[in-house]
Design a protein around this ligand. Structure first.
Ligand code: SAM
Length: 287
């Protein structure tokens, strides 16, 4: 059922958008001295090699982080993202790519009890994730379960820290993921209205994908919570027959107030760096 393996996609344009935003949100939350919890419902393998067969099959990072790095963007959000990824690599190299668990963990603090809860259902990925997490020697800071992230979220909200980010980043291979994301946000806001929620989604010609941001906005509005919605499209590569994923979006509830101005500066630079052809562009809206 789960043929999706994030390794093929690591470092692509969608990861660039998702992880740059993730960094900005975790940085904002860790700016205050009180502890935070990051809940990653679909964690993936945690670390990826950009130079092995798995990533090479599609070379998606070449149209993502590699291209961005060559343009030396000025926006602090993008500089911060590139610097954080560079920190996982030898100077000048780009062989290792951190997934969301490692991006988040990198920013958590040891001196306060920040926590990271990871859920991953795929047997191979959860095994890889467990091995990667073990190397961190992070002790009690990171908790990992091979389990359904949608189900687990219900049992884990609100977290004891009362300040938290919930990242919901499924593979959307199964149509039912769209409905599950909507219900997870709805239920999450009932249990923990002040949490920051971040949903990543693919922009593909499928009614469920098209409707998702509208449904998420309705839930946030009904709960009386602020939201932010950003999209990035790299457009068509006329030389390629198979385009793969060309656009994606992130939808946040209770976003940091600093995120909108940061994205206003960063998104046009992302389009300049990664845009390929017909259909390229970005959008940014917030309540
Ligand atoms: N969040 C990761 C990152 O940014 O590095 C990428 C996650 S990838 C898009 C989605 C992951 O969800 C895959 O590794 C897949 O095996 C896993 N998965 C699929 N359904 C799941 C479920 N119900 N609960 C937990 N993990 C699931």
């Amino acid at each position: 059922m789960f043929s999706y393996r994030h390794g093929f996609h690591a470092g692509n344009h969608a990861d660039v958008l998702k992880h740059a935003v993730l960094i900005a949100v975790v940085r904002h939350l860790t700016a205050k001295p009180t502890p935070i919890t990051v809940v990653d419902t679909h964690a993936g393998a945690g670390l990826y090699r950009l130079d092995d067969d798995f990533a090479d099959t599609s070379g998606e990072a070449r149209d993502g982080i590699f291209k961005l790095r060559e343009t030396h963007p000025e926006a602090p959000l993008l500089k911060d993202y590139l610097a954080l990824v560079a920190g996982f690599n030898r100077p000048g190299e780009l062989r290792i790519y951190p997934g969301s668990p490692f991006v988040a963990q990198h920013l958590l603090r040891q001196e306060v009890p920040d926590r990271l809860w990871l859920f991953e259902m795929h047997p191979t990925d959860s095994k890889a994730l467990a091995a990667h997490v073990e190397q961190l020697d992070a002790g009690r800071q990171v908790r990992l379960q091979r389990a359904d992230g949608f189900e687990q979220l219900k049992a884990h909200l609100p977290p004891p820290s009362r300040r938290a980010l919930v990242l919901i980043d499924p593979s959307y291979e199964i149509k039912s993921d769209y409905g599950k994301v909507v219900r997870a946000l709805q239920d999450g806001l009932k249990r923990f209205a002040t949490g920051t929620y971040m949903v990543w989604y693919p922009i593909i010609p499928r009614p469920e994908a098209h409707e998702l941001p509208r449904r998420l906005k309705t839930i946030a509005n009904q709960a009386g919570r602020p939201w932010l919605h950003a999209t990035l499209a790299i457009g068509q590569d006329e030389a390629k027959q198979r385009q793969g994923l060309t656009a994606s979006g992130v939808f946040l509830v209770n976003p940091p107030h600093t995120l909108k101005p940061a994205l206003r500066e960063a998104l046009p630079q992302l389009v300049d760096a990664l845009g390929r052809g017909r259909g390229k562009g970005q959008t940014l809206e917030a309540s």
